[in-house]
Design a binder for this molecule. Structure first.
Ligand SMILES: Cc1ncc(COP(=O)(O)O)c(C=O)c1O
Length: 369
């Protein structure tokens, strides 16, 4: 069997290159490289896809989170509550505003923010809550929004892995004040380089993000404040707009593949398959199981030409970058348990039944050894 990648971007490009290549040529012929009509078109399409009023396309997902926080006035002296089982971009964006982050543990079923822990972490400096819809499973937004309302806090969602996911019948992006997406190439909706977006229903907030994205200006020569260069490229926007038409189909395939893995692993006591709360539709950016002896299983799969991985093996509070926080092993037991046992299996829309069966068989053999 040819190597089965964790994510096969070549398979996706092969499927839609006839649609994409002319679009790329068109952007180049129009020299619409930064901002401009292709960016505006994609912003309109993605806002509508999310069921939101505004989409502000930006340079990448990390900058989307940073700009959302900055546009809400979050900075020095403030605290933002988030989780330690995420990619470091989440906390980097908080630190960059001058605010500090406070970690809370996760719910072991959804691997998203634990609501009780969230309530206990709020103090007088808390200004915002930053849940992460990890692997494409939405966090419990009603509970989070209710707590935010009681304590007068902002909610900024990290939806870098959750394009198109539903929470109680609503698309992620349509629920809160600020939802931040990444379009990194391997994401469910991926560009051919870096790109990201902030999605919102709040016009004033949207204007603040637009201003900060482009050197503090809304018109060409007037800079009302100092901002940043966090604009989106025309090429990326045009590619994303074209790919967006396929996203629902790709998501349906991801969900079907996840269901198929679940069926093949049913009854294998050593394998814990991913949970999905009844009120959500997860989009399986990653299909993550838990197994004993994870590192040995991972090595065996890799030896069998299977591109399995771990997202993420070291929780943020145990990263050298955050050693100064002095959060020892044992600080966040659910996150630490997860980091030790999780295993991401190949999952992308173009995955075949034969490949799924090959992977599942190899996993079952490895865990039963
Ligand atoms: C959970 C999470 N947050 C933030 C980011 C940052 O996005 P980007 O790489 O586009 O800056 C990523 C992806 O890399 C991510 O997975």
């Amino acid at each position: 069997m040819k190597k089965i990648q964790l994510v096969d971007l070549q398979a996706q490009y092969a499927d839609i290159r006839e649609e994409l290549d002319p679009v790329i040529t068109e952007v180049i012929e129009n020299t619409a490289f930064i901002g401009g009509k292709y960016v505006q078109q994609f912003e309109k399409s993605f806002a509508s896809y999310c069921g939101a009023e505004h989409c502000i396309a930006v340079s990448n997902g990390t900058d989307a989170i940073f700009l959302a926080l900055a546009a809400l006035g979050i900075g020095t002296g403030h605290e933002v509550i988030t989780v330690p089982n995420t990619f470091i971009a989440t906390t980097e964006a908080i630190t960059r505003t001058g605010a500090i982050f406070r970690f809370v543990d996760i719910d072991p079923f959804t691997r998203t923010m634990d609501i009780k822990a969230l309530e206990n972490a709020i103090n007088s400096r808390t200004k915002a809550i930053l849940p992460v819809h990890l692997y494409g499973h939405p966090a419990d937004m009603d509970a989070i929004n209710e707590i935010a309302k009681i304590h007068d806090l902002f909610v900024i969602e990290d939806a870098a892995q959750a394009h198109g996911a539903y929470y109680k019948g609503k698309r992620i992006g349509s629920i809160g004040k600020a939802t931040c997406f990444s379009f990194y190439p391997g994401k469910n909706l991926g560009a051919f380089g870096d790109a990201g977006a902030v999605v919102t229903n709040d016009s004033k907030f949207a204007e603040n993000v637009i201003r900060l994205r482009n050197h503090g200006r809304l018109t060409k020569y007037e800079h009302s404040i100092e901002g940043y260069n966090h604009r989106c490229d025309g090429l990326q926007a045009a590619i994303l707009d074209t790919k967006l038409r396929h996203l629902d189909d790709w998501t349906a395939k991801r969900r079907a593949h996840a269901k198929r893995y679940n069926e093949l692993f049913a009854g294998i006591s050593q394998i814990k398959t991913p949970g999905e709360r009844e009120e959500v539709e997860a989009v399986y950016h990653l299909y993550v199981i838990e197994v004993p002896n994870r590192d040995a299983v991972l090595a065996e799969l890799n030896n069998n030409n299977i591109g399995a991985g771990v997202h993420y093996p070291v929780p943020l509070h145990l990263q050298p970058a955050y050693a100064a926080l002095n959060l020892p092993v044992g600080s966040f037991p659910e996150t630490e348990h997860s980091a030790k046992n999780i295993l991401s299996l190949p999952l992308f829309p173009e995955l075949t039944e034969e490949q799924i069966q090959y992977v599942a068989k190899a996993v079952i053999q490895a865990v039963q050894r």
